[in-house]
Ligand binder design. Structure first.
Ligand code: BG6
Length: 364
């Protein structure tokens, strides 16, 4: 820990209001409802010429890349997707001149991400970095980028780097949107939403005791699902990743809609599900899926918003503050960090030194 006896991961979870605030600082334009990202080194004409966005990272950086791809599609209506950097570089990727490649990395030293960047550059593509460590190998290899300013992240399980990466994507998507068809009114709405995030993260952190209780219950199960749909799915993937890497319980992420095409067979009173159910245009579909899980006796922990009516369903709920719908994934992710952390504590694991894992994998 930071000399205070607390695990480093816990300190970093609690730092998130400040780290997100630093990522935002000086980058929001309230008057035009947009973001200023000087480090991109792209003018409006170059930003408008981008026809596709391809995001690359490993682990949590890959999952937040999936959240980022959805933000780019929603705000800028540019086709976007994320891929594990390792898979990308092993499959002789097609590099297009009008695609913006985005490399995401806390350390900036992850070898798979670095070699993906070098492959793109070798083929003449344009890559920007979403990187925390200033002057790191990925940052140097990119054409420009967005530094996260999360502060040092030392715990192996990424927390504050991930939330600042999310904010970095929101800023990028906002700027890409505002040189296209995103209206000034929507831009201002999103700027206001971003400004609210630090305080709202604090509100989620204040519900820690309740989350710790639920974590102790989940920790008793050998196996569980994390499910979500569209915006909720990468949140579920990140939640399952965090849970399995420090608690060593089997936690599998699944798309809510795919449950009935397979793993529903595994749902039972011994296999709980953590479901991500934001208050959005998909709430009804998600609640219907919860009924299917409940009908098979599967215990449910639902991460949701106060406005969502779960009727007669017997579930444990974790309500997070509502933001603008596009930005909801960030606040839905924070309780999952605490859930994993408290499950690992209850099980007596050293959360800062998970077995078999390194903070950054720098050799092939
Ligand atoms: C993994 C770490 O090895 O690398 C993860 O255990 C991390 O926590 C991933 O998300 C990517 O690291 P980086 O530094 O490239 O963001």
């Amino acid at each position: 820990g930071a000399g205070d006896g607390r695990p480093r991961m816990y300190t970093e979870i609690l730092e998130q209001p400040e780290s997100v605030d630093r990522t935002l600082r000086g980058r929001l334009d309230e008057r035009f409802g947009t973001a200023h990202l000087g480090g991109l080194d792209l003018d409006a004409r170059e930003l408008r010429a981008i026809r596709r966005v391809k995001i690359l990272g490993c682990g949590s950086a890959y999952y937040v890349g999936q959240m980022g791809a959805l933000l780019v599609e929603e705000l800028a209506r540019i086709p976007a997707d994320a891929e594990a950097a390792s898979e990308f570089r092993y499959r002789n990727p097609i590099i297009e001149p009008d695609t913006l490649y985005v490399a995401v990395s806390q350390s900036g030293e992850t070898i798979d991400t670095l070699l993906a960047v070098e492959e793109i550059k070798r083929k003449g593509g344009r890559v920007i970095g979403l990187v925390n460590v200033v002057g790191s190998a990925v940052a140097r290899a990119c054409d420009g980028g967005i530094y996260l300013h999360a502060g040092p992240e030392i715990a192996v399980a990424s927390t504050k780097a991930l939330t600042t990466m999310y904010v970095g994507f929101a800023l990028l998507a906002l700027q890409l949107g505002r040189v296209r068809d995103l209206s000034v009114a929507d831009g201002k709405r999103l700027v206001a939403g971003l400004q609210k995030l630090p305080a709202q993260i604090g509100q989620v952190l204040a519900t820690e005791d309740r989350i710790a209780e639920l974590a102790a219950t989940l920790a008793r199960s050998e196996s569980m699902f994390f499910v979500g749909r569209v915006r909720g799915f990468p949140v579920a993937r990140e939640g399952a990743q965090k849970f399995k890497e420090i608690s060593y319980r089997h936690a599998e992420a699944y798309q809510m809609s795919e449950l009935k095409h397979g793993p529903l067979a595994l749902i039972s009173p011994d296999v709980p599900t953590v479901a991500i159910v934001p208050d959005d245009e998909l709430t009804d579909r998600n609640v219907a899926a919860l009924h299917e899980i409940a009908a098979r006796g599967g215990p449910l922990v639902v991460v949701t918003h106060a406005g969502v009516d779960l009727g007669a369903l017997e579930v444990e709920r974790i309500d997070v503050p509502k933001n603008e719908t596009e930005l909801d994934p960030l606040l839905l992710t924070v309780p999952l960090q605490l859930l994993a952390y408290h499950a690992a504590l209850v099980l007596g694991h050293d959360v800062d030194k998970p077995r078999n894992l390194a903070k950054s994998v720098t050799v092939e």
